[in-house]
Design a protein around this ligand. Structure first.
Ligand SMILES: [Zn+2]
Ligand SMILES: [Zn+2]
Length: 396
């Protein structure tokens, strides 16, 4: 990895970043239950003299660091929630809560945001404008960004631009993924019920076999991406669950098909949901079955503002120097930071955090997920550098 230019204050903060991250990691909490996590953050913000509001959208926090010089209002966003996964790592900071684990890196996002807030507060005399640091619940679902937005976190003072990052084990430490325009997908889900007519396995003529009808549907859904969507537009249709039947000698009366749809463009999203229902209706009609179809629209796609993406890229070049590994990362994953990005221009970027030599390269949401904690300091440095470049004023 090319060596990032971390300022002394960030280097000095690194042990604290690790302490906070490990504490949060050890006591993970699921979406909208982040009470201990929020209390931990709040205690520290208080001890640093940072005014903040707690209990927004249940457990969310907004800290406000007001610079001593007038200037723009910028927001940083971190998510705080864990996942219903039982941790398989054998580390001293291993989750103390059974079946709950920080397996996506949100513990790290929280630590990075805390560290950035602390240093900004310490350098208030050089800070131009105001930085709001948003600690958001429930990113993994059902979504804390929207209720925080509705609670007015981007108002009073009005936020002009927003930044956020995701630790990214799909890339090695030292890589920054940043892309103008679409970078994370619409994340929608669907539920199909095929309603046939059950009966004796030896007398199929008396039945409508929901397994046969459902199987045709699963196969035909594959043609949406391959035959209906423009090949130059990314899209995914995944069936994640197919449930039907109970035993070998009974024809199943019902089949349940659940899955997710990912896309980047609203037209593609609309086309997929329309084609899905046409296929389900057509196949059911052909075989004498009926159906129920639900298409639930989830998080919007993440759309980065070109100027804000350029700001992040420039800041990353300054931090990493000539050997900077900056790539235009795009993923079919979804993120509710998109609700904020739909309100104000901003950029959500990826911070490479894998270290294969140390075994720190399990994928996100894996029971052995862990990341290289050197990424924490890099995250703080990048946020500070972005703020300096946005406001045109160095912090020291
Ligand atoms: Zn996740
Ligand atoms: Zn995540």
């Amino acid at each position: 990895m090319s060596f990032p230019a971390l300022r002394p204050a960030v280097r000095a903060l690194q042990p604290e970043l690790v302490t906070w991250r490990r504490h949060i990691h050890k006591y993970p909490e699921l979406g909208f239950q982040e009470k201990q996590t929020a209390a931990y953050i709040s205690q520290r913000l208080k001890s640093w003299g940072i005014p903040h509001q707690t209990g927004i959208a249940h457990t969310g926090i907004v800290a406000t660091i007001e610079g001593e010089q007038p200037g723009p209002v910028l927001a940083l966003r971190a998510d705080m929630d864990a996942l219903p996964i039982h941790e398989a790592n054998e580390v001293e900071y291993r989750s103390a809560i059974p079946n709950v684990m920080h397996a996506c890196g949100h513990d790290g996002h929280t630590a990075i945001a805390m560290g950035t807030a602390k240093l900004l507060q310490q350098h208030r005399q050089h800070l131009k404008g105001t930085v709001k640091v948003i600690f958001q619940p429930a990113e993994e679902g059902p979504g804390g960004a929207k209720p925080m937005l509705e609670a007015g976190v981007l108002k009073n003072p009005d936020v002009e631009a927003i930044l956020g990052l995701h630790l990214w084990n799909n890339r090695p430490l030292g890589t920054i993924g940043v892309k103008s325009g679409p970078s994370m997908a619409f994340a929608d889900r669907f539920q199909i019920q095929v309603i046939g007519r059950g009966g004796h396995a030896a007398l199929p003529q008396q039945t409508v076999d929901a397994i046969v009808v459902g199987s045709h549907i699963v196969n035909a859904l594959q043609t949406i991406v391959s035959r209906s969507v423009d090949p130059l537009q990314p899209a995914v249709v995944t069936v994640g669950r197919f449930r039907a039947g109970d035993t070998f000698n009974v024809i199943a009366p019902r089949a349940e098909i659940w899955g997710t749809v990912r896309s980047f463009q609203p037209e593609v999203r609309d086309l997929i949901s329309k084609r899905m229902e046409e296929i389900v209706a057509g196949i059911c009609q052909a075989y004498g079955a009926t159906y129920e179809f639900r298409f639930e629209r989830g998080y919007p796609a993440v759309q980065n503002d070109p100027a804000m993406a350029a700001l992040v890229e420039q800041s990353a070049r300054e931090v990493f120097g000539s050997e900077a590994r900056i790539i235009p990362e795009m993923t079919m994953g979804g993120e509710d930071v998109s609700f904020f990005l739909n309100e104000v221009p901003g950029c959500y970027f990826f911070l490479g955090s894998a270290n294969p030599e140390r075994g720190l390269n399990y994928p996100h949401h894996h029971p052995r997920f862990d990341f290289d904690e050197a990424a924490l300091g890099i995250g703080v440095e990048l946020f500070l550098r972005c703020i300096e470049n946005y406001t045109g004023q160095a912090l020291s």
